[in-house]
Design a protein around this ligand. Structure first.
Ligand code: SAM
Length: 239
């Protein structure tokens, strides 16, 4: 049997895991052994009686910084760290292609920051890769780690079964996904407005449906994500 995709999480809040990942698709995948995780409480490696893990920043300024020496001890307690990731708003963006890459690693280690973040020397000394989930600031790395893990877990072998096709989802071909419709074909909303499913989707004509979906994907991407649209155009002009 294939080894589970393994995640080590270095955190001050181990109770935040598996959190939402214990439910639904990722929850059954965890039960079936498709993935596994270990939470390492960084505070267990503090040496003073108050279990201090942070200190004020050199150079002054607000807040506290997580100490390199203590996090390093937590890191070195791991039998195998694999690819080391620090969740960070100044990291490279988490994209679907990065998610695909990470889901193919045997094991990864995710460091969750708190306060003002982590002493830079730890990140440099152990070559942490910084990854951001978006241009906004969370109070801690744990929700970001859950998001990264969720996006990887659904790509693991057998996790989605036949219920979904990653190849057709948003970002897989550089475009946002087309809109979906289901029963009833004719629906009147609470304000009395009638909504009818586009005829082509009920035509049974596979090529016409595929063309309609591609057109919708292109139109949505152009309107909502000009950045992705520019990339799509460039790539398709090159090919
Ligand atoms: N002082 C930091 C800055 O301005 O870049 C923000 C620190 S934030 C309050 C605390 C922790 O939350 C960070 O160390 C990081 O682990 C996590 N975090 C916050 N925003 C994030 C984001 N957009 N993506 C990934 N992790 C994030």
């Amino acid at each position: 049997m294939k080894k589970p995709w393994h995640v080590n999480i270095l955190t001050l809040f181990p109770d935040m895991f598996p959190g939402s990942l214990g439910q639904s698709l990722s929850g059954s995948a965890l039960e079936k052994g498709a993935w596994s995780y270990d939470c390492i409480n960084i505070r267990d490696f503090a040496e003073d009686t108050h279990k201090t893990v942070d200190a004020p920043p050199f150079g002054g300024g607000a807040g506290l910084v997580m100490r390199a020496d203590i996090i390093e001890k937590a890191l070195l307690s791991l039998p195998k760290a694999g690819r080391k990731i620090y969740m960070s708003p100044r990291g490279k963006p988490l994209t679907q292609s990065l998610v695909q890459e990470l889901s193919q690693e045997e094991s990864i280690t995710i460091l969750c920051g708190r306060y003002e973040g982590v002493d830079q020397r730890l990140l440099d000394a152990h070559e942490f890769e910084e990854i951001s989930i978006g241009d906004y600031v969370l109070s801690g790395g744990e929700p970001a780690a859950l998001i990264l893990m969720d996006s990887c877990i659904r790509l693991l072998d057998g996790v989605m079964g036949n219920s979904s096709t990653p190849d057709e989802e948003s970002f897989s071909n550089g475009l946002l996904e087309y809109p979906h419709y289901t029963k009833p074909a004719q629906w009147v909303d609470a304000n009395g407005h009638e909504h009818i499913v586009p005829d082509v989707l009920r035509s049974g004509h596979h090529q016409k449906i595929a063309d309609w979906r591609l057109d919708k994907s292109k139109a949505l991407t152009q309107k909502r994500r000009p950045d992705l649209w520019d990339q799509y155009i460039k790539q398709n002009e090159e090919n």
